[in-house]
Design a protein around this ligand. Structure first.
Ligand SMILES: Cc1cc2nc3c(=O)[nH]c(=O)nc-3n(C[C@H](O)[C@H](O)[C@H](O)COP(=O)(O)OP(=O)(O)OC[C@H]3O[C@@H](n4cnc5c(N)ncnc54)[C@H](O)[C@@H]3O)c2cc1C
Ligand code: SF4
Length: 525
């Protein structure tokens, strides 16, 4: 069934960091804005109490699970991402680090402008809008990280994380503390560790509490549970007369199709959403002028995720913020402690004892020997009294560069290596860090089973694929994030990150989108 068209100035595809900033800034400039979001709207009590509630936690439409956490397995990388009104902000660990200097002078965007100076005021604004603040309380897991920092003589560089959380009084609702009373009512953080299953206490500054909330007040419309399938120029081939956007239900069994007409488009579906759409539309010749660089220059933060499970349950590593502290063990890397709230033990079914070897032919037999002859190691994780309380998760990220290319496969995206050394979960420094942490907390190190078996790393930081370039050959978008070959079409999300970031990306995506939006003039009345 097809319904006829509504008209907007801008349609924004996706409501994560890029989409939310675009919605607010365009609506402030007087434009009529529609945000189309594949995931659901969530109120605080809709979030699951633990990640065992798969139906509420996972996004797995085939099983009719419509939660906030999505896993996508490709040949070279397993990607975790967020879905829902607020995108990755619903599921993320709130950390907002600024990148190192090297980020501004590498990659495809190198030399196109003085990125560091230009982005500086936008980082400040992004921090203000997201309510960035130093985590005021360190708990057992952070204390263990501090002990690790001492071993590396880095105790002076150990820091509480900068996070987007409201640290008011817990269990007390107060009027908006951030936007002169224009924002929603809020409650103070309870340090429950549940940020990555969704905050049930209205303390996390997810995008529905700031950018999206204010955008709606300005008249922006957010349509949830709809997935954008197709965008074609309306009239002239370059889109100068507008676009027709086709979207469908993403949760209903009946895929009712709707069309809207928009003068401009902002792609903000995250790398998995935006790159997939662009590749589809290029292949089907719906947007044939798109750059040949679509899907190229995709990066992760070259990370490793290790789970260190303590043998005893005398400490509580689940208390605190999902990411509470950070330090750089070497020039190229950062390490953070990550946690889930008590009872959230799903990950114990997804880990195996750590075995480090890039060659599967060596690694897999070693792993099997460990499982057969030392079954108590795996047993300790499986039968831990409270896995979340007994586990310190370590996230190690590096500035080292390598890139992937995504293509359209029959059902999903396909990945291939594009440049640099193939990313691996077997990063020696990360292995050393996990072993040292095991000594500190008297535990055993584990890895994600998929990483261990396939040799491909997992990442929560998939970036690039529609990068900035000097021209259409080098990049998909120009330095103001407009798509080469089309008018009034922008990419504002993680796909626009054009160099290796080496730290968590949400603040940078927010700052870059603030900058891109600053170039768009107010609507002529
Ligand atoms: C568990 C976890 C923890 C993380 N912790 C941190 C952290 O502490 N700090 C940090 O900086 N980053 C963190 N990240 C990463 C962060 O969430 C992402 O980098 C960020 O959300 C990307 O922002 P984005 O604007 O690119 O798009 P996203 O936030 O990914 O939003 C894209 C949205 O678009 C929607 N969408 C996609 N395609 C379509 C379509 N065709 N039609 C309609 N809607 C569509 C999606 O459903 C999604 O809601 C974490 C991620 C995960 C999974
Ligand atoms: S620690 Fe708990 S209360 Fe605080 S932001 Fe995270 S989920 Fe919300």
């Amino acid at each position: 069934m097809k319904e006829t068209q509504e008209e907007y100035d801008y349609v924004i595809v996706g409501s994560g960091f890029g989409g939310a900033v675009s919605a607010l800034r365009l609506s402030e400039k007087g434009y009529k804005v529609l945000v189309i979001e594949k995931g659901k709207w969530f109120q605080k009590k809709d979030f699951p109490k633990s990640n065992w509630n798969l139906k509420k936690w996972l996004w797995l439409p085939t099983f009719r699970f419509f939660g906030i956490f999505k896993m996508t397995m490709l040949k070279d990388v397993t990607i975790v991402s967020g879905t829902g009104v607020g995108g990755g902000s619903l599921v993320y660990a709130n950390t907002l680090p600024r990148p190192h200097k090297a980020f501004y002078s590498r990659g495809n965007w190198k030399g196109l402008t003085d990125w560091e100076t230009e982005l500086e005021p936008h980082y400040t604004e992004a921090e203000r809008m997201l309510g960035a603040a130093k985590n005021p309380k360190l708990f057992d897991s952070d204390k263990a990280l501090f002990e690790l920092a001492k071993i590396y003589n880095k105790e002076n560089e150990f820091e509480a994380a900068n996070v987007s959380v409201f640290f008011g009084e817990p269990e007390k609702e107060v009027s908006d503390p951030y936007f002169n009373g224009e924002g929603p009512e809020r409650e103070g953080c309870r340090f429950c560790g549940g940020c990555m299953t969704g905050c049930r206490y209205n303390a996390k500054n997810s995008l529905d509490k700031n950018y999206l909330y204010l955008a709606q007040k300005n008249g922006a419309k957010i349509q949830a549970e709809r997935i954008v399938k197709k965008i074609v120029p309306y009239g002239k081939d370059d889109g100068s007369e507008g676009y027709i956007v086709t979207h469908q239900s993403s949760t209903s069994l009946i895929k009712s199709t709707q069309l809207v007409v928009a003068k401009g488009i902002v792609f903000s579906g995250g790398v998995l959403g935006t790159v997939r759409l662009l590749l589809d539309m290029k292949k089907k010749k719906q947007l044939p002028n798109l750059s040949p660089a679509v899907g190229d220059h995709i990066r992760t933060n070259n990370e490793n995720l290790a789970f260190v499970v303590a043998k005893k349950s005398d400490k509580d590593y689940s208390k605190g913020l999902a990411i509470g502290s950070i330090f750089p063990p070497n020039e190229d890397g950062h390490i953070e402690t990550v946690r889930y709230r008590t009872g959230s033990s799903f990950w114990k079914t997804f880990i195996l004892p750590m075995v480090f070897n890039k060659k599967a032919i060596v690694r897999i037999p070693k792993l099997l020997l460990k499982i057969i002859f030392q079954p108590w190691i795996l047993g300790r994780a499986w039968f831990a009294k409270d896995f979340a309380k007994q586990t310190v998760i370590l996230l190690f990220m590096q500035h080292l560069d390598s890139t992937l290319k995504f293509k359209r496969g029959l059902f999903n995206l396909k990945s291939t290596m594009s440049s640099g050394k193939k990313a691996t979960p077997f990063i020696n420094e990360a292995g050393d860090l996990a072993n040292k942490m095991s000594k500190i907390i008297n535990g055993e190190p584990f890895m994600v089973n998929v990483d261990l078996i396939t040799g491909a790393p997992s990442t929560a930081h998939i970036l690039g694929g529609a990068v900035i370039g000097e021209n259409q050959k080098d990049g998909v978008i120009d330095s103001k994030q407009h798509v080469f070959g089309y008018k009034n079409m922008l990419v504002c999300d993680g796909s626009a990150i054009s160099a290796n970031l080496g730290v968590n990306p949400s603040l940078t995506i927010t700052a870059m989108t603030e900058r891109a939006m600053s170039f768009i003039s107010n609507k002529e009345q």
